[in-house]
Design a protein around this ligand. Structure first.
Ligand SMILES: Cc1ncc(COP(=O)(O)O)c(C=O)c1O
Length: 433
């Protein structure tokens, strides 16, 4: 690939090959980054995060909807620097636990832009949400309604709430990230929604503002998303309408170059058009909750090759794995990988070796990329896996006592550590002797 060429859409915006023929992210040479900060490392192009946030907001403005808000599903990348950036860009924030709420408020989200989710919120978590004065608590089940009713008794002002429905709209995605089907651990079935609405309306301390649905994640077509608004409108119309409709997240991203999800703009247009056609857009506040579509492609992970073994296949083992990216092991997620200073012209370029890119953990399933094509991989090479900006850092662990990687923000050639690498002392920091 020629110097200066933009890399594929899987890489952060602005990524390219630099004068030395090395992958550059946010204007920073990935091999220099590996040298300076060590590997594994999450490298994030700051401008890419901002561009995607702005794309959502601009698409909403272009569609002419005044009361449209983009709620970052913080579970995708629950890191203070990422949250602060999105707070600055004017997004709202979806938290799904007390810990995520702590991160969101600490990062600068005002409570009136925070929504609290979760299918098993504890009493302390609900108390924390009330004390923080979050804009909305999204109610998931009858037990939670009763728990919250007891907590708000006699309290003022009334806490705003939404009801989470499972409208039986399915996207074509992995069973483990499908959530909108009737038989789901999340939300109320359509049969139970009227009962939930009636009960919530009878509780003085709660103000039922609207309804929510999230049909699942990594959905690559627009059609399932178009079906959410009419399903929620039907519920709203049955009870005199709502002031808030939350249409969830779930837009898929490209993890490999062959994948081509809809653009953010097209997704917003599809969702808002469906809302307008069924009549909810005109009078209500509309919320959407993207997670991965805001962060996945903004990030890459850098690894260093530790060994190359030619058994039946060629096994390339790196210094990270399931402790920094659980997704391939959890639901067979596919990624691509490249040697940072030997990026191929194309997938069928001469000299590419089919390899298994394996992690360092004591599990045979610890494989990051099953069918990687690497140019003559050798111990010491820096490997780049793109599209690791969502649910990687979020699900990281210390399996095998591996310290979790740093997060490095890159912009215009400057790199700054926004989360430091864990140290061995962090592994014993919680010990009680
Ligand atoms: C309620 C809710 N909203 C939004 C999201 C974000 O999904 P995605 O990252 O696929 O956009 C999730 C993901 O689990 C979710 O559960």
């Amino acid at each position: 690939m020629a110097i200066g060429t933009s890399l594929s859409h899987v890489f952060p915006l602005g990524s390219r090959l630099n004068q030395r023929g090395r992958v550059e992210v946010g204007g920073c040479d990935t091999i220099e980054l590996a040298r300076e900060f060590g590997t594994p490392a999450y490298v994030i192009a700051e401008d890419d995060l901002r561009a995607r946030a702005r794309a959502y907001l601009q698409a909403g403005r272009d569609a002419g909807h005044e009361d449209f808000h983009v709620v970052f599903a913080s579970k995708a990348f629950p890191c203070t620097a990422v949250l602060t950036l999105f707070a600055e860009e004017g997004l709202w924030c979806d938290v799904a636990s007390g810990g995520e709420l702590h991160l969101a408020t600490g990062a600068g989200f005002p409570p009136e832009r925070i929504l609290m989710h979760g299918n098993a919120k504890s009493i302390p978590e609900l108390q924390m949400a009330l004390a923080s004065k979050v804009a909305l608590i999204v109610l998931d089940n009858f037990d939670e309604i009763e728990r919250l009713a007891r907590l708000v008794e006699g309290g003022a002002p009334r806490q705003g709430v939404l009801i989470r429905a499972t409208p039986d709209v399915r996207g074509d995605t992995h069973e483990k990230i499908s959530t909108g089907q009737a038989d789901s651990k999340f939300g109320f079935s359509m049969a139970d929604v009227p009962k939930a609405i009636e009960r919530v309306r009878a509780i003085d301390g709660l103000a039922l503002q609207g309804i929510h649905a999230h049909i699942g994640s990594q959905i690559m077509e627009l059609d399932p998303f178009r079906r959410i608004a009419p399903a929620l409108q039907e519920i709203g119309d049955g009870v005199g309408g709502f002031s808030v409709y939350d249409l969830g997240g779930g837009l898929g991203v490209a993890y490999t170059a062959e994948e081509h999800p809809p653009d953010i703009e097209d997704w917003v247009v599809a969702v808002l058009e469906a809302a307008r056609e069924c009549g909810i857009a005109q009078a209500a506040r509309l919320l959407v909750e993207p997670g991965r579509a805001l962060t996945a492609n903004a990030g890459v992970t850098l690894y260093t090759v530790q060994s190359v073994k030619r058994n039946v296949r060629t096994w390339v083992a790196v210094d990270g794995g399931m402790s920094d990216n659980m997704r391939p092991m959890l639901y067979g997620a596919r990624y691509e990988a490249h040697v940072a200073d030997r990026f191929p012209e194309s997938a069928d370029a001469a000299g590419l070796v089919p390899c298994v890119l394996a992690g360092k953990h004591c599990e045979s399933g610890d494989v990051i990329v099953r069918e990687a094509l690497l140019d003559d991989p050798k111990a010491g090479d820096v490997i780049v896996t793109p599209a690791t900006g969502a649910y990687g850092y979020a699900m990281a662990s210390n399996y095998n006592g591996v310290p979790r990687p740093p997060v490095i923000f890159c912009k215009d050639g400057d790199a700054r550590v926004v989360v430091r690498r864990e140290r061995y002392e962090d592994l014993t920091a919680r010990d009680v002797r």
